[in-house]
Design a protein around this ligand. Structure first.
Ligand SMILES: *Cc1c(COP(=O)(O)O)cnc(C)c1O
Length: 350
């Protein structure tokens, strides 16, 4: 692996007031695919790319990404949470988008070297972390509707605080009836760029209604709950934690999987099944729905206080963080920051 260090280090932002995704560390990782093979990973100073206007990803969206985090606790220990799983999922996204497969071990080692070099950028206040953004783009210069023969893989890193910073209460989500995020057979399971650009319109619509995020429904019947923009969703109904079953259009969240495993281990009832918006609204009306929370790497555990659908708006648990949401937030972040034992073998320390 080649390493070119930055001549001058940047001034770090105030870790008490981090805005998500606005500042980047001193270095980045780059690896290029050409003539059927990946070159060596390189760590270089954070810098702009020069790219041809005909670069394929700009025209046809052959682009994928991941989101993972490095944590630093009060003792100064640095940890990664299930990051290999992110890289394995990225290869699955690459397969769906006809992009080149990479060697997970080579990239994981290079990523660790990058984090180690910029470790002073990992904030250690509660709720903060270093967000890693592995990305792969089709980099061939050709305007032709076909798969690229060249790719650039890169990782940039940004110190972050909370993703959802709702003002005046917990997160508010609105179930969108007409617009859809992903259909079965489509690209919903891949973290590909187009899924997110395509969601902006619905997002703007629900923001206009006074909500923070879209609760997506299935593309066929517009009836079954899928997930939220960047997080999977869980409902506590009659004390059981219910989340939509993976169906091919829902993103396979690593946090979702972690939450289900931790809850089961601690004696909570969990269910992965089809769940309709009508069932959720009815349970909310009758008081059987006691908590809602989203889960994802960026969002961590985001308790939801308001759910809207059609002309109805229901406040859940008096807009307060519920007992199970609090438990799972403490447990998952506690494993990530080495407060609790790594009983599932999810953490890489360094
Ligand atoms: C990334 C993402 C999630 C969360 O996945 P994690 O692996 O937990 O970070 C959920 N939904 C969508 C649409 C996502 O892009």
């Amino acid at each position: 692996m080649k390493i070119v260090k930055a001549k001058e280090l940047k001034k770090k932002p105030d870790f008490n007031n981090l805005v998500f995704g606005h500042t980047f560390t001193d270095h980045m990782l780059i690896m290029d695919f050409e003539n059927g093979a990946w070159g060596e990973p390189q760590i270089v100073p954070y810098q702009d790319f020069v790219c041809p206007p005909a670069m394929l990803c700009l025209h046809y969206g052959q682009a994928i990404f991941e989101g993972c985090k490095a944590y630093r606790n009060a003792k100064g220990e640095v940890s990664l949470f299930r990051t290999r799983d992110n890289l394995v999922r990225m290869n699955k996204s690459a397969e769906r988008m006809c992009m080149a497969q990479f060697d997970v071990d080579v990239v994981f080692d290079a990523l660790k070297a990058l984090i180690d070099l910029d470790r002073e950028w990992i904030p250690n206040l509660p709720g903060t972390s270093l967000y890693l953004r592995p990305t792969m783009i089709a980099s061939e210069s050709v305007v032709g509707l076909r798969v690229s023969s060249k790719y650039r893989f890169f990782v940039i890193m940004s110190p972050v605080g909370l993703y959802h910073k709702p003002v005046g209460g917990l997160v508010k989500i609105y179930a969108e009836e007409g617009l859809v995020r992903a259909a079965i057979g489509g690209t919903g399971e891949a973290k590909c760029a187009g899924n997110y650009g395509g969601a902006f319109y619905a997002n703007a619509k629900v923001k206009g209604l006074g909500f923070d995020d879209v609760l997506w429904l299935d593309a066929k019947e517009h009836k079954y709950i899928e997930e939220v923009g960047s997080m999977n969703i869980m409902f506590v109904i009659d004390g059981t934690v219910v989340t939509p079953k993976l169906n091919g259009s829902i993103l396979r969240g690593i946090t979702r999987d972690s939450v289900l495993k931790v809850l089961a281990k601690h004696g909570y009832q969990t269910e992965e099944r089809q769940i309709s918006i009508d069932e959720v609204m009815e349970a909310a009306r009758s008081g059987r729905l006691t908590e809602i929370f989203g889960c994802g790497t960026a969002a961590v555990i985001s308790p939801v206080g308001t759910i809207g659908y059609k002309n109805e708006k229901i406040v859940v648990n008096n807009d307060k963080v519920g007992q199970i949401s609090q438990f799972i937030l403490d447990r998952v972040t506690g494993i990530q920051t080495l407060k609790y034992a790594d009983e599932f073998n999810w953490v890489t320390k360094f």
